[in-house]
Design a protein around this ligand. Structure first.
Ligand code: ACO
Length: 330
């Protein structure tokens, strides 16, 4: 049975930084409240003038991963893009990325699984490689959540941000790479976090955000209570399936929703926070982009070494949750 190894990582974030102090001028909130309740200090916001569509951010992240992997566009067999904020309802954002990359030998499609989208996409890529359908998969998570946020709702707009991350998955015979993926859903609770309309175009300036019709609706409190046990139980299942103990994990790269959620998951799993990579203070919750964006930063900062066991764990709209275990071979 072949293995799917990560051969390259990449990421891209919009230029415009929106910090908590500036957010205080948009909604009735404070830096103190946001920091204490979430850990978030700033987020990035896509601007139309900067060519920061979801597909453009995804393309930039993909180029970074391809360059690291030494993979040319025509070698890619499958492009899977996890997003809930594709630039259009159709065609898929993945097809737009395909055009930009000129990866014309690939099949390209999107996956919608909220903040767990990247792990769903990773599972699809893994299956495609293991079944022999693909040798090289480009897996992207990219979001422009600023387009679907209600900028008058302080309970949600302070949490979310824009960005993208990508990995190149490549078939190799040597054991390692993706050791397992687990994904789960519970559609009974879909109405804890949902969108009621399509997306608005990126504005020319921050002032343009306030007028957009709002779409994202969330029951943050109830989600918080679901997130912790779901993330902990699926992570435990992933460890168990691989015969790994907590001590065998060198780094946890979780979905970056809220520092307090991660602290609670860390306690439940008995894996110390020092082993949790976090960058939510810089980017907020970027939904499907958050894990690959964090993975790229962790790798480029030297936080992951070849041979390390890495645990990915996520939770999001759907509800959906997932975990993956990687033997890092980059
Ligand atoms: N600034 C100031 N006050 C605020 C703000 C704000 N931005 N937002 C809410 N408040 C107020 C509320 O109005 C409330 O006031 P009240 O007590 O007078 O009624 C008070 O703060 C407490 O509100 P809660 O919603 O109970 O605060 P909580 O501690 O639950 O924190 C939060 C809210 C941060 C949203 C938290 O519930 C959370 O992180 N939930 C998980 C959300 C999440 O992770 N969603 C994403 C998962 S899925 C995905 O990633 C897409």
């Amino acid at each position: 049975m072949p293995f799917a190894h990560i051969r390259g990582t990449g990421s891209a974030v919009p230029e415009r930084v929106l910090d908590n102090a500036e957010l205080e001028k948009i909604v009735d909130t404070t830096d103190e409240w946001i920091t204490r309740r979430t850990g978030i200090k700033q987020r990035r916001i896509a601007m139309g003038d900067n060519n920061e569509s979801t597909a453009a951010l995804g393309t930039r992240a993909a180029r970074g991963a391809m360059e690291m992997a030494g993979i040319a566009a025509d070698q890619i067999d499958t492009i899977i893009m996890a997003t809930i904020t594709a630039d259009r309802i159709f065609p898929s954002a993945a097809c737009m990325v395909q055009k930009e990359l000129e990866a014309f030998n690939a099949a390209a499609y999107d996956i919608s699984a909220g903040c767990s989208g990247f792990l769903y996409a990773l599972e699809s890529g893994n299956n495609s490689i293991k079944s022999g359908m693909s040798r090289t998969c480009l897996i992207i998570g990219a979001e422009r959540l600023s387009a679907i946020v209600n900028w008058e709702d302080r309970g949600t707009c302070v949490l979310l941000g824009d960005g993208a991350g990508a990995v190149i998955l490549r078939r190799q015979d040597e054991p390692g790479g993706l050791l397992s993926t687990h994904i789960k859903s519970d559609g009974r609770l879909w109405d804890l976090l949902y969108s009621d309309k399509g997306n608005a175009p990126a504005p020319e300036s921050l002032a343009g955000l306030v007028g957009i019709p709002f779409h994202l609706k969330m029951e943050g409190n109830r989600l918080f209570k679901q997130a912790v046990p779901c993330m902990a139980s699926i992570a435990e299942k992933a460890l168990e399936q691989n015969g790994l103990s907590r001590e065998d994990i060198q780094l946890v790269i979780p979905h970056q929703a809220n520092l307090r959620i991660l602290q609670a998951v860390s306690e439940k799993l008995k894996i110390p926070m020092e082993k949790f990579f976090t960058n939510l203070q810089h980017y907020g919750n970027t939904s499907a982009a958050s894990i690959p964006l964090a993975m790229d930063e962790a790798h480029r900062q030297g936080r992951i070494k070849s041979g390390d066991c890495v645990l990915l764990v996520s939770f999001g709209a759907g509800l959906t949750w997932g975990a993956a275990v990687l033997k890092w071979t980059l």
